[in-house]
Design a protein around this ligand. Structure first.
Ligand code: DGJ
Length: 724
């Protein structure tokens, strides 16, 4: 009887709670929204999930702020035109020219999706026929929340969106420390942190294509204290948009922080036709109370399960010819390289730039882009002969394309000048002698789709595409958009997604690498279509440790292409291989330049890599030593059952006589006993580690640690731990 009563009380409490409040929850995070007396929707809590329905009632306390005459709350999706004077989520100019709106709560529902619970909240303006739908997909198991909004109006005249963000989050802490990821060609993902003070800090991109060349769309905000690897609270976020993005971090007059994320509205005043839904891109975030390490593991796990194209499937090791041959190759040379790929032991040969163009052959980067026919002089038997020859030698074949781009010196540019984004009657600015095709135009979309489609029709055994993008959009003007130029940046990305969706629907098992003159394109929406991405043209292993460290904050290793090249040949081949070993391994090196011993090492490392892939691709990453904090870098991956782990340790440029201390492992089972074995040794090399081939308890390894670092330049150790 008492039990029934209790259940009834709880049900009543839940209903009351459910009436005005909406709780969006994962296993460890909670975001609570509340409809207040003014009929508008406010954020009342964002933090660690609070157990117990009674405690949730505290959110009923209005969390309003007073500042002289101003009273306001944390409106979930504030619009220009209200009493909120800080950065708003939406700005819409109605057909009569009025730039103000007020959104009132209408209804909400919560329903299950694939691996998440979706909360859908309807808001409406009571003066104008404007509706906004907020979506929150909460992935309980991975502790990630995905957020987006849909904007729609029913006005007769022209309605413009001035800003249209995906997400607005508020935090109230004593201090905020932002970590950002600045970039440039060959310097991707450079991490730096700063404390946020009153006012705005903006991280954005205006590049259109190659959009993340200068700033990567990721951030971390340490709450109260700077974000550290295994401790402290941190909010980590990213936007899934392969174009211009913007994050605004604004500390207001009361010391509260708002984080506004979405498409960069600069030069993108969007004309929204009546009845059409404007869907913003997805913003993803997690809030970890165990530092960025836990946040990274969540993002990696979530990406493998829910986002990355073929996230559950295997990946192929490869030999690329770019740095080995550049544009200088022919059928015979390539055929020999197929043989090299086979003897190296990789799965696939990847033919890079320079295989196409006849009227204007692609013998350098000045001509040919756009003309996707094999150059007869170089490759008289076309791509089919290459695929066949590679397959006969026992390797798969992949090919490079840059399908969104065109050289003015190409047949495509001659035939379709109106397909190119460029300003009429003005000087034209080029990056790498090329321009961007106008993907807002459905005919251009068809053409770009047909590049992949034709190659696949002609070569059904093609397994892999490297899809490059070497230029931002310069001279922004579209003949297709006409007077709607403000829509161009957004519609370009949507056009790209259209093409990628068509490719994926027709060729669901095709591996594709997203590449953009290095890591100029890396975002989670792109990774719905691409199985992996190219992090950087900088393959100096020392630089790569920093770049890989940066990307590993969010990206799974399975998606992070790392190739062994001749950059920094002062580093041993072993060191170069060992650095690439921690990601998706490939080679871009001529085997003839390797000694027999070096070649053997590569072959051996590939075999070990194949054996250990499940571990290398595991999301359970523990970053133990940061290259940002000293001349070493150590990372560890652990299997889900904790029976197997891999330690990857690198000494970079230690100081003379530097004192090194044991490295404490993480994520192991304290009760299990592990055999420690150094693997990936050069032929004839014996491990010099005292711990090699010894057995330790997980407790010992995590508390006392292993002496695996040294004071020698560019030295590496790959160490396997197996449960006894
Ligand atoms: C830029 C890429 O990052 C390189 O790997 C290579 O594919 C070149 N483009 C080819 O032009």
């Amino acid at each position: 009887m008492r039990r029934t009563l209790l259940a009834a009380v709880l049900l009543i409490a839940a209903c009351a709670y459910g009436k005005n409040e909406i709780s969006i929850e994962t296993s460890h995070i909670q975001l609570v929204l509340q409809v207040k007396d003014d009929g508008r929707l406010y954020q009342t809590y964002l933090g660690e999930r609070i157990e117990g329905i009674d405690d949730l009632s505290v959110f009923n306390m209005p969390r309003l702020r007073r500042s002289h005459t101003l009273t306001r709350g944390f409106e979930a999706y504030p619009v220009v035109g209200t009493e909120d004077f800080f950065e708003q989520a939406l700005e819409i100019t109605h057909a009569d020219g009025n730039p103000t709106s007020v959104l009132k709560y209408v209804s909400h529902e919560q329903k299950p999706g694939e691996g998440f619970t979706e909360t859908i909240i309807q808001l409406r303006d009571d003066v104008y026929p404007l509706s906004v739908t907020l979506h929150y997909a909460a992935y309980a198991n991975e502790d990630i929340i995905r957020q987006w909004s849909e904007i729609k109006h029913d006005e007769k005249g022209k309605v413009y969106l001035g800003r249209y963000y995906s997400s607005m989050l508020y935090l109230e802490e004593r201090a905020y420390y932002l970590t950002e990821f600045a970039s440039d060609w060959a310097r991707e993902m450079q991490m730096s942190s700063q404390q946020l003070q009153y006012g705005k800090k903006i991280i954005d991109s205006r590049l259109g294509a190659r959009a993340t060349m200068f700033a990567q769309p990721f951030f971390e905000v340490g709450l109260d204290s700077p974000a550290s690897e295994e401790e402290g609270r941190v909010l980590m976020g990213t936007l899934g948009w392969t174009g211009n993005f913007r994050f605004t971090f604004e500390v207001d007059n009361n010391g509260a922080l708002r984080i506004v994320s979405g498409i960069n509205p600069d030069a993108s005043r969007y004309l929204l036709p009546r009845g059409q839904v404007f869907r913003t891109p997805d913003f993803y975030f997690t809030l970890s109370s165990q530092g960025v390490g836990e946040g990274s593991r969540r993002f990696q796990r979530w990406a493998l399960r829910h986002q990355l194209h073929m996230g559950a499937e295997d990946r192929m090791t490869l030999l690329n010819n770019w740095e080995n041959t550049y544009f200088d190759f022919n059928e015979e040379k390539l055929t020999n390289l197929f043989g090299e790929a086979k003897s190296l032991g990789v799965d696939l040969f990847l033919l890079d730039d320079g295989w196409f163009g006849n009227k204007y052959p692609r013998s350098n980067d000045k001509a040919g882009l756009g003309d996707w026919e094999a150059t007869r002089e170089k490759l008289p038997n076309g791509v089919p002969a290459l695929v066949k020859a590679a397959n006969e030698r026992g390797v798969e074949f992949g090919i490079w394309i840059e399908p969104e781009m065109v050289n003015p010196k190409s047949e495509l540019a001659e035939q379709h000048p109106d397909w190119i984004i460029r300003l009429p009657e003005r000087d034209t600015y080029y990056q790498r002698n090329q321009l961007v095709l106008d993907l807002t135009n459905p005919k251009v979309q068809d053409y770009v789709f047909s590049i992949v489609d034709r190659l696949m029709q002609e070569n059904p055994r093609l397994k892999f595409f490297k899809w490059d993008c070497n230029s931002p959009i310069t001279n922004i003007y579209s003949a297709y958009e006409k007077e709607q130029q403000g829509n161009l940046y957004v519609d370009f990305v949507r056009g790209l997604y259209n093409v990628l969706q068509r490719i994926q629907a027709k060729y669901p098992q095709l591996y594709m690498m997203m590449c953009s003159g290095g890591g100029g394109r890396s975002d989670f929406e792109g990774l719905r279509y691409f199985s992996e991405f190219w992090l950087s043209d900088n393959t100096d292993p020392v630089e790569r440790l920093f770049i890989q460290w940066g990307y590993s904050q969010f990206m799974p290793s399975k998606a992070m292409c790392a190739h062994v090249t001749n950059w920094n040949s002062r580093a041993s081949v072993k060191f170069r291989v060992d650095v690439a070993f921690s990601c998706k391994l490939g080679f871009d090196i001529g085997l003839k330049g390797l000694s027999e011993q070096e070649l053997h090492y590569c072959q051996h490392a590939i075999a070990e890599y194949n054996r250990l892939k499940p571990l290398i691709f595991s999301p359970n990453l523990y970053r133990l030593y940061s290259p940002y904090e000293g001349p070493h870098c150590v990372m560890q991956r652990v299997s889900d059952d904790q029976a197997h782990a891999l330690l990857m340790a690198y000494d970079i440029h230690p100081r003379y006589g530097e004192r090194v201390v044991p490295v404490r492992l993480r994520g192991l089972n304290a009760q299990m006993r592990y055999r420690v074995r150094e693997i990936c040794l050069m032929e004839g090399q014996k491990s010099r580690l005292a711990c090699n081939d010894k057995v330790y308890s997980g407790d010992y390894l995590m508390k006392a640690g292993l002496a695996i670092l040294s004071a020698s330049d560019m030295t590496s150790h790959i160490i396997e731990l197996t449960r006894e």
